[in-house]
Design a protein around this ligand. Structure first.
Ligand code: FEO
Length: 503
């Protein structure tokens, strides 16, 4: 095989990219390294990937938006349907020194490098600031390092480790590792780095620019949805066209880490932020308080509005009929905008988003294999995984011979902090009858009264609040009298000695 690229090395090269491989020295010293460098020089001649003019908008007079939208992608993180696509945002500060803030996903690097080349206009690139190492923002880093060999990489120590893990990319000779409150001067601008662990990975930081009051906020304040020329949130009807996707993005991607988001919001409240530049979705330059208030509600698990969602899992229509009757009763009693969902055909990410919006969640499930209907169980477990709290639930179960879904749903709901119940469990045998109609009427009325007048009937006994211990590395909160000696943080793996009691 001498002189040939083996299949094994070919795959390795394809995965990392010839440029990244050369930069990382993976093939260094092999017969293939010279060939790779030669190919590289040709491919990057003129620093263009394809001929093109770039697509750059200015966020401020010396801050360019280089982001790219992907309208082909079906599933974000291979999980979440995004029919409106998604934008991967990257920014370039054109001060006396130039600083690139984050890159893009591998799917859009062609357009990204067109943008970068156009915006730099033959200036050198001095700094690459890595706020977040998730590959939807870091996939172009190794190629940036090859194209701009003198660039310094500014990131957290954790980001440098993860960068090497993903891309076999050792940046030790060009890294500037930063921590909370560290600064970098680029000339007229001073950039301050704000640690934001678990928003949404442990290595995350945000970058604050003192001249324009820009917070480059990583995933925070982001949204699903491609940008269509309109870059700023005030250039679109955000509440009508973007809010559901912004909520669905936050709740599904970051929703589990409410404590960590609250910690960042507290820090943000101490600085003069005039613009929010996230890594996805529109840039905020007006009405920042509106989106910050949404984040405050979502991250504190406070319902966004007094509202009801009814979710049913039905096979032959009996449970669906009960859900429809219940929704009609709740509506007749005066609750507006009741939302009804078939759990089998509504993607669970939509349901999670709605659960973060609504104060009341009505669940109607058939009994299936002596358990909860599978998609309903998946929804409930996803609610638990996303740490949903402080919601009122009402339950309906169905079963033709041995209904059991109600008690089993309650077992999961009981694990949600601050969960309460409204009305009595309604049990249906196959199809609702006149007796069930009366019970559904009563349940609907109880739900409506709870939404409209705050009346809740039954609440699980509140246990005395345990002490809270905060991981100094990632902000994870352990609850208990003491942290066991052999405890390891489930988020970052830190030991018990890294936990501090919250006062
Ligand atoms: Fe958009 Fe956590 O990456």
């Amino acid at each position: 095989m001498s002189g040939e690229l083996t299949r094994r090395n070919f795959l390795k090269t394809a995965a990392v990219g010839a440029a990244g491989v050369a930069a990382a020295g993976i093939l260094g010293g092999s017969p293939f390294s010279a060939r790779a460098e030669e190919a590289e020089a040709k491919a990057f001649e003129g620093k263009k990937k394809f001929a093109g003019i770039g697509s750059v908008r200015m966020v401020a007079e010396d801050v360019a938006y280089l982001g790219v939208s992907d309208r082909r992608i079906q599933l974000f993180e291979n999980v979440y349907p995004i029919p409106r696509g998604v934008a991967y945002n990257s920014y370039l500060l054109l001060d006396e020194k130039t600083a690139l803030v984050d890159t893009v996903d591998r799917s859009v690097t062609g357009q990204f490098f067109e943008n970068l080349v156009a915006a730099l206009d033959d200036r050198p690139l001095d700094y690459l600031i890595v706020n977040h190492m998730e590959p939807d923002h870091s996939s172009a880093i190794s190629e940036v390092l090859v194209r701009y060999p003198d660039v310094k990489v500014v990131c957290t120590a954790a980001a440098a480790v993860i960068l090497n893990q993903f891309f076999a990319c050792d940046i030790s000779d060009r890294a500037i590792l930063v921590g909370e409150g560290d600064t970098l001067s680029t000339g007229k601008h001073t950039l301050t780095f704000v640690m934001a662990p678990m928003v949404h990975w442990p290595e995350v930081m945000m970058t604050y620019d003192d001249v324009h009051g820009i917070l480059f906020s990583a995933d925070a304040f982001g949204s699903f949805g491609a940008l269509n020329g309109n870059l700023f949130a005030d250039e679109v009807d955000f509440e009508k066209d973007w809010l559901p996707d912004a909520r669905r993005y936050y709740c599904n991607i970051v929703g589990k880490y409410g404590d960590q988001v609250q910690a960042v919001l507290a820090k943000a409240g101490t600085v003069d932020i005039r613009m929010l530049c996230p890594t996805h979705g529109p840039v905020w330059r007006e009405n920042l308080g509106w989106i910050i208030e949404k984040y405050s509600l979502w991250s504190s698990y406070t319902p966004e509005e007094p509202a009801v969602m009814v979710v049913y899992g039905s096979i032959y229509g009996g449970t669906e009929s009960a859900a429809n009757a219940l929704a009609a009763k709740i509506s007749h009693a005066g609750v507006v905008n009741v939302a009804v969902y078939d759990v089998s055909k509504t993607h669970v990410s939509e349901l999670i988003g709605e659960a973060f919006r609504c104060s009341h969640i009505v669940l109607a499930s058939i009994t299936y294999n002596m358990g909860i209907f599978t998609p309903m169980k998946n929804f409930l477990l996803d609610l638990e995984a996303h740490n949903l709290q402080n919601r009122a639930f009402a339950l309906v179960e169905n079963g033709s011979w041995s209904p059991a879904a109600g008690g089993l749903m309650k077992e999961i709901i009981d694990r949600l902090k601050g969960a309460s119940y409204v009305g009595d469990l309604v049990t249906i045998l196959s199809s609702p009858d006149a007796k069930d109609a009366a019970a559904l009427d009563a349940l609907g009325e109880a739900v409506a009264n709870s939404v409209l007048y705050g009346e809740a009937e039954a609440t699980p006994a509140e246990e005395a609040a345990p002490a809270r211990w905060v991981c100094k590395i990632c902000g994870y909160v352990y609850e208990g009298d003491t942290v066991p000696e052999d405890y390891k943080c489930p988020l970052c793996g830190a030991g018990a000695d890294m936990f501090e009691k919250e006062e």
